[in-house]
Design a protein around this ligand. Structure first.
Ligand SMILES: NC(=O)C1=CN([C@@H]2O[C@H](COP(=O)(O)OP(=O)(O)OC[C@H]3O[C@@H](n4cnc5c(N)ncnc54)[C@H](O)[C@@H]3O)[C@@H](O)[C@H]2O)C=CC1
Ligand SMILES: O=c1[nH]c(=O)c2[nH+]cn([C@@H]3O[C@H](COP(=O)(O)O)[C@@H](O)[C@H]3O)c2[nH]1
Ligand SMILES: [K+]
Length: 497
């Protein structure tokens, strides 16, 4: 006879936190939200620590290189999607790893012989008002001069004239050599009253541009997640089909961490793939998943997973539970696997972090997942709403929305996953829209402020203290109603989600 688990499968909506004693030294300013990402011996630091306990989902509609750069700058981490050719995913990793804050590749480039009219058009397209004039019109050609909107005016100058007639030629443009540091470059920008400083190699080819306006931008990101060489960190999703080709290419591109992406990680496929990865690339942490119970956690921890991702069927685009009748309420899944993690740590001395993946609808659900013992979370819908996510931004009567689709949807499969263009017999995800939420940094700052405020109310000054000290209560349907405002809401500019 089948085994029936008597305990009801519960979701985050069914829980609330009780306040704990807040001591005077515990404040929003002092609360620490760093958290381990990879397995480590108890009492020793994890080889990879997140500054912000959030990661972005391994999905085409979420984790592009742009989103990965933005999230790493905020202290979190993206796992670039694997549902694309290996070389494209490796190129995306390289784009994040070569992102140099302050040093940008020029995206507005012209030849000296191009007409000013073409330059105006290009500036409108890129939205930038400074252009590099290079011999071949590329971002790495020999630099011949610089031209900005200040150098000409459509009413004063003939737009059919060549760019060379209005550019500032190279001998009058201050420039720097390739080995200049950002600090030195910033000193020159200010000392010499410059807006931009081109960086050249010894043959005079353009390498990067450094803008004065980016100086302030860098000051905005004091908690960037970087490696020992100060490059942003980035993760990548992999699968149990082409991992023997994909993992070497990603490691070659200097990926920081990998994660198997599957709706079902409790499989021999994943154990074999983890063993292979650990044997060939022992220095690259790799996560496994998804599982929803202690049995699944133990299986992956023993197979060598550096972290275990938890959650089946709870994602906002998920229809797995409808289609296959498989899954578990996310709160129950987290609580069960967290208990297994703690038992495993006690027995072996090794701590294998847990990632709660999917189904986080409100910001406070992140807080609940952490309180229940998750070390960090993974989110798709949350990140798909921001400017930096790849989905198109579409106007509707109710305001802007962004596209968001599941990896198990027919749309995702259009990428001909794993090179097998087989017919899909059923979908496990939907293709839809989420409300547009602007810039990632502003949205995440607001979310983090809420998480920290709750931790302060619970008297926890860091995540480990929160995990061990949090007190949660189940809520009845009636108390759930009581939790919401019971008056008609006046329109305000505040954010709620
Ligand atoms: N977290 C969740 O609740 C869900 C997530 N998804 C997402 O949808 C995407 C697709 O997930 P899955 O369909 O589970 O992909 P998957 O690649 O893990 O599994 C697809 C099928 O291939 C089989 N398989 C895996 N490795 C194999 C190998 N080496 N040789 C032969 N067969 C093998 C599996 O048993 C399964 O039948 C993922 O991005 C996943 O995250 C989909 C549904 C639910
Ligand atoms: O049933 C599913 N069908 C899908 O097509 C699908 N695509 C992604 N995922 C999983 O959902 C997570 C993101 O969930 P949220 O949008 O709720 O953050 C992701 O991190 C995945 O675990 C899927 N689940
Ligand atoms: K299974």
């Amino acid at each position: 006879m089948a085994h029936i688990i008597n305990e009801v499968s519960r979701t985050f909506n069914e829980f609330l936190l009780l306040p704990g004693r807040t001591r005077k030294d515990c404040s929003v300013q002092s609360v620490e939200v760093s958290t381990p990402l990879a397995r480590h011996r108890l009492g020793e630091p994890s080889p990879l620590i997140l500054g912000t306990p959030v990661t972005s989902a391994i999905m085409q509609s979420v984790s592009s290189h742009d989103l990965a750069i933005a999230l790493a700058r905020a202290g979190g981490l993206s796992f670039l999607y694997h549902n694309q050719p290996i070389e494209d995913q490796a190129a995306a990793v390289r784009r994040v790893k070569t992102f140099k804050s302050g040093f940008v590749t020029s995206d507005t480039n012209v030849r000296p012989t191009d007409a000013l009219r073409d330059l105006v058009e290009l500036m409108e397209r890129t939205g930038h008002s400074t252009a590099a004039v290079t011999e071949d019109g590329t971002a790495t050609g020999t630099l011949l001069g610089m031209v900005s909107k200040r150098d000409f005016h459509p009413q004063r100058h003939d737009l059919d004239a060549p760019v060379s007639s209005r550019m500032r030629p190279i001998d009058s443009v201050p420039s720097a050599k390739g080995d200049i540091t950002l600090t030195e470059a910033n000193d020159r920008l200010f000392d010499e009253h410059l807006d931009v400083l081109p960086v050249l190699d010894h043959e005079g080819h353009l390498h990067r541009l450094i803008f004065r306006s980016d100086y302030e931008d860098n000051k905005r990101f004091p908690h960037q997640l970087v490696d020992a060489s100060k490059r942003l960190r980035v993760g990548a999703g992999v699968n149990t089909h082409d991992y023997k080709d994909r993992i070497p290419a990603l490691v070659d591109a200097d990926v920081d961490v990998l994660c198997f992406d599957s709706s079902d990680g409790y499989s021999d496929y994943q154990a074999d793939a983890l063993a292979w990865a650990k044997q060939h690339y022992p220095h690259t942490p790799i996560g496994g998943g998804n599982v929803v119970d202690a049995e699944g956690f133990d299986f992956l921890a023993q197979a060598g997973a550096d972290f275990v991702k938890v959650g089946v069927g709870g994602g906002s685009i998920c229809i797995t539970r409808d289609q296959k009748g498989i899954g578990r309420g996310q709160a129950s899944a987290v609580l069960d696997t967290v208990a297994a993690r703690d038992r495993y740590a006690q027995q072996t001395g090794i701590y294998v972090p847990i990632c709660s993946d999917g189904g986080l609808v409100h910001d406070y659900h992140i807080t609940l997942a952490l309180a229940m013992g998750a070390d960090f979370v993974m989110m798709g819908r949350y990140f798909a709403r921001f400017d930096q996510a790849p989905g198109a931004k579409i106007p509707t009567k109710e305001g802007f929305v962004k596209e968001y689709w599941g990896e198990g949807s027919a749309r995702a499969r259009n990428w001909q996953r794993y090179g097998q263009a087989t017919k899909m017999l059923f979908e496990e995800g939907v293709d839809g829209y989420v409300p547009y939420a602007g810039d990632l940094h502003e949205g995440l700052a607001s979310t983090l402020a809420k998480i920290k405020a709750t931790m302060v109310s619970c008297g926890a000054s860091n995540i480990p203290a929160f995990q061990t000290g949090a007190r949660l209560t189940l809520v009845s349907e009636q108390s759930f109603q009581e939790s919401h405002a019971n008056v008609t809401i006046r329109e305000t500019t505040g954010t709620t989600h």
